[in-house]
Ligand binder design. Structure first.
Ligand SMILES: Nc1nc2c(ncn2[C@@H]2O[C@H](COP(=O)(O)OP(=O)(O)OP(=O)(O)O)[C@@H](O)[C@H]2O)c(=O)[nH]1
Ligand SMILES: [Mg+2]
Length: 312
């Protein structure tokens, strides 16, 4: 399948083409610029949700429940499960696929795991492109699940409009999250496994921490859910809707998306430049010899490389 065919297939909502397009992103394929150019005009309509949190808190169970609610509402949904820290998709994500099997035969649901095999920019650059592919493929709702609460998850959070941070009693505490800077990027907090002891304490601890922080235009709600039996999921859906409405009515959706795409362009350009500098340095034995013999200083060498790249 050439890239032009993939683009046409994505826009025509063909599952095979969509899967192929995401693989191209995963692999950092040479056809990515063409793919991006083809799908970009078809993007912008999807509502995108990020689900992040420590392993085992119930993200996939929540995602599955949200898919169910969205389908009952007649919406097409895609779920992208990402492990930003691992180059390979692991057993946990395989488990997700099994758990999400109730949606496996629904043509209006697309479920896919994704790893960063070859994309040079890592998941922070692969994720937004994958989300745009799903957007272009007509999924009105795109849910991105990431495992963990580190910088990689914060970067991936920029690819979605509404970021939901999931906690559970005994799994990844709120203080650790505050340190990781996740409190700042969360639009909604979910304390899942509310059927377990200690859930109320986690809710209280979170609310306290949020009160300590600076006042923000959007006050992130803290919800308790028992995703395993569906408790609290309708409320979560309602809060997601409320956040989306707020994003739209305040103009925040547009400014957030602009900030994210500018950040992405800067990272893409920096990645390309770094590659060119690396290649120039590797190819220029004479320049390296002049550096070694102290005939050329590092500032002058850097200046020379940038001039050459500018001319290329
Ligand atoms: N007791 C209880 N168990 C739950 C609840 N929600 C999910 N679980 C269980 O917790 C386990 C982990 O759920 P997942 O949805 O796979 O969690 P996850 O956050 O996606 O996990 P990873 O993808 O591995 O990080 C499963 O065995 C679920 O059945 C809940 O509300 N209460
Ligand atoms: Mg999961």
């Amino acid at each position: 399948m050439d890239v032009g065919t993939v683009v046409a297939g994505v826009v025509a909502r063909e599952p095979r083409a969509i899967a192929r397009a995401i693989s191209l992103v995963e692999d950092g394929d040479d056809g990515l610029p063409e793919l991006s150019a083809g799908v970009f005009p078809h993007t912008g309509a999807a509502a995108t949700i990020g689900l992040t949190g420590a392993p085992g808190v119930g993200k996939s169970t929540i995602a599955t429940a949200l898919v169910r609610i969205a389908r009952a509402d007649g919406r097409r949904v895609a779920v992208l499960a990402i492990d930003p820290t691992s180059p390979y998709t692991g057993g946990a994500l395989l488990g997700d696929r099994v758990r999400m099997q109730e949606h496996a035969t629904d043509p209006d649901v697309f479920i896919r795991s994704m790893a960063t095999r070859g994309h040079l920019g890592g998941m922070s650059l692969a994720a937004p492109e994958a989300v745009r592919i799903l957007d272009a493929a007509g999924f009105g709702l795109v849910i991105v699940e990431t495992v963990g609460v580190g910088q990689a998850e914060i970067d991936v959070a920029a690819a979605t409009d509404t970021t939901i941070v999931v906690l559970a009693p005994g799994l990844g505490d709120a203080i650790q999250m505050a340190k990781a800077g996740i409190l700042e990027v969360a639009d909604l907090f979910v304390v899942n496994k509310a059927d377990r002891d200690g859930a109320g304490d986690v809710v209280r601890e979170l609310r306290q921490m949020l009160h300590l922080g600076a006042a923000r235009p959007w006050d992130p709600p803290v919800l308790a859910t028992t995703a395993a039996d569906g408790n609290g999921l309708d409320e979560l859906w309602h809060e997601i809707d409320r956040h989306r409405a707020w994003l739209g009515s305040t103009g925040t959706l547009a400014t957030d998306r602009e900030t994210a795409v500018i950040h992405e362009v800067r990272a893409l350009a920096a990645e390309r430049l770094a590659g060119s500098v690396q290649a120039q340095l590797a190819a220029d034995d004479a320049l390296r010899a002049r550096l070694r013999d102290r005939e050329l200083d590092p500032y002058a060498a850097a200046e020379e490389l940038i001039r050459r790249i500018g001319r290329a």
